[in-house]
Design a protein around this ligand. Structure first.
Ligand SMILES: Cc1ncc(COP(=O)(O)O)c(C=O)c1O
Length: 466
């Protein structure tokens, strides 16, 4: 039995086997928060302290703000657990993991309709952010090499995209010293406008970015039209400007639900595509992918050959060490689900999103922006007649029931528009949708009483959670 008098530092870890978890001293004292503790503590106490504290977090299954996977099959979890200790970058030690990685790249290139005559290449990343930065970095280098060879200046590169992009696009421009030419949104258009892109293009444009399913509304940029614009520019001016498609969410939905929609390597100027394995790729957080149409779209100068780990190996990621399990879990999903499985899951998600959108629209309280048309996303504004409360009040009220729903304002020039968004994932059944709908209606009723309102959150309201 542990003495109540003992201080945290005095407890002998060997006492672990004798004390029941909650009878230990550690539970009536604050846990160390600033200084690394001098003494150890029993494993069961450390586990339980952290485990219990995390109960404060939201329930991931009720987190409708996130695109990121919150459920995987037990067999996938087993595989992840078995491979947590393998550093993905150690290709020499774990050659089979690399082979499996390359199979995933092959499958994705084909899923995105890479032309047969091309030698597509790609890599896994930590997520779409790293994938986008790598994709754009490759375009910057290709542009620079071309300008250098032509004896032209290469010190003023620019990249063009819409204000509806994820923050990682802006990060790329700032971190890698590329001028950002951002097309603002409009009151009635939340996607990239081709006529505005046309005005911004010049010989220093390293790439144009387009999104298949924006973070803000789930809508798609006009990819076919942008491709046509870039073909026209190539013909008229001789500038071969690549189109990078940010298919972070759409890349694992559209190929299965709307295979005839043309957005990928079927379009000539689409030279690179990113997708998040941990969104609709249905893998837990930590995996993304970038695929280049052809190896010539990736400059060899960005490939580093290192021999730290017992063999020469090429690497072209921003990070070095990272876990293998995300990649292996992605391959598990590819084998387990196949196209058939992804098609069924994504169709369910879309139908559930469309069902929810219909109910919300019928209620007369919302103006719909996206009704689960392209992605399983429901994005809406409060109807104009509702003036007594905001989407921030509604999101706050729903949090009392455990639901997490994103409320945010759109980027410039539509920053006066506030949106509420529901991301429907595979583990969100029709019954859960019905419960959510009832709770939204209940929250609206309560908010009609003025005392129930909350202030908008103080965090940056322009950015939805993703
Ligand atoms: C369109 C889009 N691009 C990029 C990202 C960043 O993706 P990741 O979180 O995988 O880095 C997101 C995240 O939601 C996104 O929605």
């Amino acid at each position: 039995m542990l003495s109540k008098k003992k201080k945290l530092e005095e407890v002998d870890p060997s006492e672990r086997g004798h004390a029941s978890t909650y009878s230990q001293r550690y539970f009536d004292q604050p846990v160390p928060k600033f200084e690394l503790p001098e003494k150890s503590m029993p494993a069961n106490a450390a586990y339980q302290l952290i485990h219990d504290e995390l109960n404060i977090d939201a329930n991931p299954a009720l987190n409708l703000a996130s695109f990121v996977t919150t459920w995987m099959e037990p067999e996938a979890v087993k595989l992840i657990g078995e491979n947590l200790h393998k550093n993905f970058i150690d290709h020499d030690e774990y050659p089979q993991t690399e082979i499996i990685h390359n199979r995933c790249v092959n499958m994705l290139a084909r899923l995105f309709n890479a032309p047969e005559e091309c030698n597509s290449i790609g890599t896994s990343t930590v997520g779409s952010s790293e994938a986008i930065m790598l994709g754009l970095l490759a375009h910057k280098w290709i542009w620079k090499k071309r300008r250098k060879a032509a004896g032209k200046p290469y010190d003023r590169p620019n990249v063009i995209f819409g204000a509806e992009v994820h923050v990682c696009w802006e990060k790329f421009a700032r971190y890698f010293d590329v001028e950002m030419r951002m097309v603002p949104l409009k009151e009635d258009c939340f996607t990239l406008r081709v006529d505005e892109v046309k005005k911004l293009i010049d010989e220093n444009t390293i790439a144009v970015g387009a999104i298949l399913g924006t973070t803000y509304s789930g809508q798609s940029d006009p990819i076919v039209e942008l491709n046509q614009l870039l073909l026209d520019v190539k013909k008229e001016k001789g500038w071969d400007i690549p189109l990078h498609i940010d298919a972070a969410s759409g890349g694992f939905v559209v190929p299965f639900t709307t295979p005839d929609l043309v957005w990928d390597f079927r379009l000539e100027q689409v030279k690179s595509i990113n997708v998040s394995g941990h969104k609709y790729g249905l893998v837990y957080p930590g995996v993304g992918w970038v695929i280049w149409r052809d190896e010539t779209d990736f400059p060899e100068e960005l490939v580093f050959k290192v021999d730290y780990l017992g063999g020469w190996m090429p690497t072209y990621t921003l990070n070095f060490s990272r876990g293998s399990s995300g990649v292996l879990a992605q391959y598990y999903n590819f084998l387990r689900l196949g196209r058939e499985g992804y098609r069924k899951i994504m169709t369910n998600c879309l139908e559930n999103a469309q069902y929810l959108a219909k109910q919300l629209e019928k209620s007369g309280k919302f103006t719909m922006i996206h009704r689960g048309d392209l992605l399983p996303i429901v994005a809406m504004r409060l109807d104009k007649k509702i003036t007594g409360y905001t989407v921030f009040d509604l999101s706050g009220k729903l949090r009392e029931r455990g639901w997490v729903m994103s409320a945010y304002t759109l980027p410039p020039d539509a920053e006066h528009i506030a949106i509420l968004r529901v991301v429907v994932r595979e583990n969100f059944s029709r019954d859960m949708i019905n419960i959510l709908f009832q709770d939204i209606m209940g929250a609206c009723d309560k908010l009609e009483k003025p005392t129930e309102r909350v202030s908008p959150p103080s965090r940056d309201k322009h950015r939805p959670i993703c």
